[in-house]
Ligand binder design. Structure first.
Ligand SMILES: Cc1cc2nc3c(=O)[nH]c(=O)nc-3n(C[C@H](O)[C@H](O)[C@H](O)COP(=O)(O)O)c2cc1C
Ligand SMILES: [Mn+2]
Length: 520
């Protein structure tokens, strides 16, 4: 059963023993982060990492406020959020829809009806009103009313860390949801950290292009003072772009905000698919956008197309601070919220933290979709310490010479996978989920000079090592076994394995031997 809102989700977490209420006073400045970080890095009685979700109920300076954090912060909770026991269930549902063939006759059409009926449930619905309108503040509102966190000592200030930011594509009218952190500048102004390769940034660029009368095809609206924009600072056209932000939604909507959906696909549809039920939306008060009806808090406002402001630093999920840079500025025009709103937050920092489990869910759910472009893909692993964009290990079924390099290029061309700094390609007999197996085979099998592929291209904005911000090099390692058709003619050794007969002999003696040796 899908959760209708954050409160149903909190109740479900509590029933599952996955939530702890914290009555001890905690300061949203640094203290909540330190507590949550320790919990994230703890293990339960069974040795599972992540700790429980935390509902802080006694926040310094915010009497009566509640703050939810670490809601996705374990494998079990992330699966509970999307309502599955295993991500393979979602992958199977995706495949079911992808496998749809054109019906050949009446019977085929009949068989397809249940699928089509199910698909009908995915589309969001607009409803007249909802709980997020219980309190509407068009004036006298302030972000200081909420226990917004400062996560790390050198952060530029307080940041809204779990915002579902919605914008509209001026051309197609489609709505996007993206999670882009927001630095609180004052009671009614924040930063808007959409990185230039993300969908909301493109929505802004579309508006700049239109306002510039098509003067420029290539506009970097977030050009640093060092340059990089075709439009000089003074030439940027004036104009506004409406933005709305939902904080504290049902867990699937929040999760949908981080999925790298193609720009043509509304995340509300993704959320509907994952929930198996539509997301109910309500119209905003002061902007022409829709937000989930049951959101705890909604911030409405706009971004000026010609305004940038220094944002950061911010302790990020790389384990390092992302540096100060110029980003758009969000001006609030209205806040609506539920009575006694629950503020939802996360912290990012050295892994593992909450976002690691969200990333793993994305990895598993997107595998069947990646196979649409890369059919030879067997499995992928983005190890948590690789912080998603630094390392992707992929196994492939190799069928022709040079295929590993084709796969690298395919990954680098695939949406946000373009940011992957290192790709390691192995044959299908390597278990990419077993990093020991990967290390053994990869480093045995490569001739480094021959097997490493470098390329240049866009890199993650969070990469602090690239030669330039957002632009740098990437590396692929072809660790597949090389073929004669690839110029490798030396004999290839067999992998060591004991023969079955000897194994059976030792199996028969093993109980006695294990006792004698004192091993399990
Ligand atoms: C906790 C968290 C914080 C994030 N913060 C940002 C951010 O500040 N800026 C950004 O561009 N992406 C951020 N992301 C990643 C985006 O949410 C992700 O790339 C998403 O796909 C963007 O949506 P879009 O493809 O519709 O642009 C964050 C992800 C998570 C899980
Ligand atoms: Mn999107």
């Amino acid at each position: 059963m899908p959760y209708d809102d954050l409160r149903q989700w909190i109740a479900a977490l509590e029933r599952a023993g996955e939530l702890k209420r914290i009555q001890t006073e905690a300061d949203p400045i640094l203290e909540v982060a330190e507590i949550t970080d320790r919990v994230s890095k703890s293990r339960d009685a069974k040795g599972n990492p992540g700790g429980p979700a935390l509902l802080f109920q006694n926040l310094k300076g915010h009497a009566g406020s509640q703050l939810l954090i670490n809601q996705f912060g374990s494998d079990a909770r992330m699966k509970l959020a999307v309502g599955v026991g295993a991500y393979a269930e979602i992958a199977a549902r995706i495949r079911m829809f992808m496998d749809m063939k054109s019906p050949q006759g009446f019977l085929d059409k009949l068989k397809m009806l249940p699928l089509l009926t199910e698909a009908g449930k995915f589309f969001p619905r607009t409803v007249p009103t909802g709980p997020c309108k219980e309190v509407i503040k068009r004036d006298n509102f302030s972000l200081n009313d909420f226990p917004v966190l400062q996560c790390w000592p050198k952060d530029g200030g307080r940041f809204i860390t779990l915002p579902c930011v919605t914008t509209r594509d001026p051309k197609s009218g489609k709505r996007n949801l993206g999670m882009y952190r927001m630095q609180v500048y004052d009671e009614r102004t924040t930063g808007m950290h959409w990185q230039r390769q993300k969908v909301a940034a493109e929505h802004a660029r579309e508006r700049v292009r239109a306002a510039a009368g098509g003067k420029s095809a290539a506009v970097d609206i977030m050009a640093r003072s060092s340059g990089g924009s075709v439009l000089a600072e003074g030439d940027r056209p004036a104009g506004k772009m409406e933005v709305a932000v939902a904080i504290g939604t049902d867990p699937v909507v929040t999760f949908a905000s981080i999925v790298p959906a193609p720009p043509e696909i509304e995340e509300y549809l993704v959320a509907g698919f994952l929930r198996g039920a539509p997301v109910d939306l309500v119209k905003c008060e002061t902007v022409d956008l829709d937000v989930p009806a049951t959101s705890e808090i909604v911030l409405e406002g706009y971004v000026n197309l010609d305004e940038l402001r220094s944002e950061g630093p911010f302790g990020d999920h790389t384990g390092f601070y992302s540096l100060e840079d110029l980003y758009p500025v969000f001006h609030l025009t209205c806040i609506t919220h539920r009575k006694d709103p629950i503020y939802a937050a996360t912290i990012v920092g050295k892994p593992p933290q909450e976002d690691a489990y969200m990333g793993k869910a994305v990895e598993r759910i997107f595998l069947p979709l990646m196979r649409l472009n890369i059919p030879e893909l067997v499995d992928i692993n983005m190890p948590i310490e690789g912080v998603f964009h630094n390392l992707m290990i992929v196994s492939i079924r190799k069928s022709y010479p040079g295929q590993a390099r084709k796969v690298m290029n395919a990954v680098w061309s695939l949406g946000q996978a373009m940011f992957t700094k290192c790709i390691v390609v192995v044959d299908e007999d390597v278990d990419v989920q077993n990093l020991g197996d990967v290390a053994l085979k990869v480093f045995n099998h490569i001739d480094p000079e021959r097997d490493i592929q470098f390329t240049l291209g866009p890199v993650d904005s969070l990469d602090h090592a690239s030669r330039l911000p957002d632009f740098g090099s990437k590396m692929g390692i072809d660790a597949t076994r090389k073929w004669a058709s690839e110029g490798f003619t030396r004999p290839w050794p067999d992998e060591i394995a004991m023969d079955a007969k000897t194994k059976a002999l030792v199996d028969a003696k093993w109980n006695a031997l294990a006792k004698e040796l004192g091993i399990g």
